[in-house]
Design a protein around this ligand. Structure first.
Ligand SMILES: Cc1ncc(COP(=O)(O)O)c(C=O)c1O
Length: 372
């Protein structure tokens, strides 16, 4: 309904051009009507929870909630630097790695500029870029895989950032370290290459490379990581970036002063100290990802190779069934998966790897759906 304003109505606050054209981010569904505890495989969370050390560290902060956190996240900075062998001064911490994407766009893009991402790239990038007034250019992803030449073909003299998730969400696909280095070598040096490693810890192929060495020697590479996935701390919203000093300096000027809260910093430090939990999380995915892929394929879905903690599967048109029907059927059996229509993949589902019983429930339900 449009409300007609009286000709003498006072002027109203008006968003910048383009803001209301941005489609808000919609996360994976979390509820099913009438189901107390659905099996939630719709947001690529860690099904094992988080490290008990992280829970204890979080709880220990309860008596200090009146205090502002360390605005520089110094304890966490030191812990990350040691764990990953990085220079503390080249780290920036965010309210999730999402915040780092936004900071980069805010600092480096103005109207008329553009950012480049894959056709099926993570939704947060386009929101960050458009919020800064930049145009988003989408590179083809044949076979749902990032294509370095297609990315390069979109770059022009107004390109400021390339956002590349490796492994990618929602496809699960990945490119080798050699391909990442080739992309970087062919980029103009004033274009920032963001290597988003939200799922890096799940990628075990020897040809995979998270990009820290490339970033160390470059003036235009940013590696981002998150505590939301393998560390199981999505609720606390902690991410970080490793970037050249000049980029850190620029981003720090507009970062909100206390963007990473106290319990989050404490839990993240503790999580870094629990290699056993990380290894158990990785092992779960290593065991069940190929199993689930094989079961879904056997049931008649087209499954794509993944190096992340989820798989993407297409419901073939020839089956006479749709991904939306599959999603609804799974929900009727208490299982939440992610429909991908907002990624332009209306025929596909993204399914997070769960515990054995969850994976078996998914396989069984998909098989029943396809036969039904
Ligand atoms: C590719 C990718 N990057 C980044 C993120 C966001 O991470 P964070 O929770 O740290 O904001 C996600 C979360 O789903 C993701 O899929």
């Amino acid at each position: 309904m449009t409300i007609a304003l009286a000709p003498d109505a006072p002027p109203r606050p008006k968003p910048k051009p383009g803001i209301l054209d941005i489609e808000p981010y919609v996360g994976g569904k979390a509820k099913i009507e009438g189901v107390a505890q659905p099996i939630k495989l719709s947001s690529n969370e860690n099904i094992l929870g988080c490290s008990p050390l992280a829970t204890a560290a979080f709880a220990e902060t309860a008596s200090r909630l009146n205090l502002y956190p360390d605005g520089q996240s110094n304890g966490l900075r030191q812990a990350v630097a040691e764990k990953f062998g990085l220079e503390p001064g080249r780290l920036i911490f965010g309210c999730g790695s999402d915040e780092i994407f936004t900071l980069l766009a805010q600092v480096y893009c103005e109207p008329g500029d553009n950012v480049v991402q894959g056709r099926y790239g993570f939704l947060a990038y386009r929101i960050a870029a458009r919020g800064a007034g930049a145009e988003v250019r989408f590179a083809a992803e044949p076979n749902l895989r990032v294509d370095v030449d297609a990315l390069l073909a979109e770059v022009d003299d107004r390109t400021r950032i390339i956002y590349l998730a490796n492994p990618a969400n929602p496809t699960g696909s990945w490119i080798s370290g050699a391909e990442v280095r080739r992309l970087h070598a062919l980029l103009p040096p004033n274009v920032i290459l963001v290597l988003d490693g939200a799922y890096a810890e799940f990628a075990e192929d020897p040809a995979y490379d998270g990009g820290f060495d490339l970033a160390r020697g470059a003036e235009n590479v940013v590696v981002t990581r998150t505590f939301s996935k393998i560390y199981g701390l999505a609720a606390l919203r902690v991410g970080w970036g490793y970037a050249p000093i000049a980029l850190i300096d620029a981003m720090e000027r507009i970062r909100a002063p206390f963007n990473v809260n106290l319990p989050a910093q404490a839990a993240a430090v503790a999580a870094l100290g629990d290699d056993d939990f990380v290894e158990r999380s990785r092992a779960l995915v290593r065991t069940w990802r190929p199993w689930l892929a094989q079961q879904l394929g056997g049931a008649g879905l087209e499954v794509f190779p993944s190096e992340a903690n989820f798989v993407l599967a297409r419901v073939p048109a020839a089956s006479g069934k749709t991904a939306a029907e599959a999603e609804a059927y799974l929900a009727s059996r208490g299982v939440l998966v992610r429909g991908l229509a907002n990624y332009g993949l209306g025929d596909a589902l993204r399914i997070t790897i769960g515990l054995e019983a969850h994976n078996r429930a998914v396989a069984e339900a998909v098989s029943a759906f396809m036969q039904g």
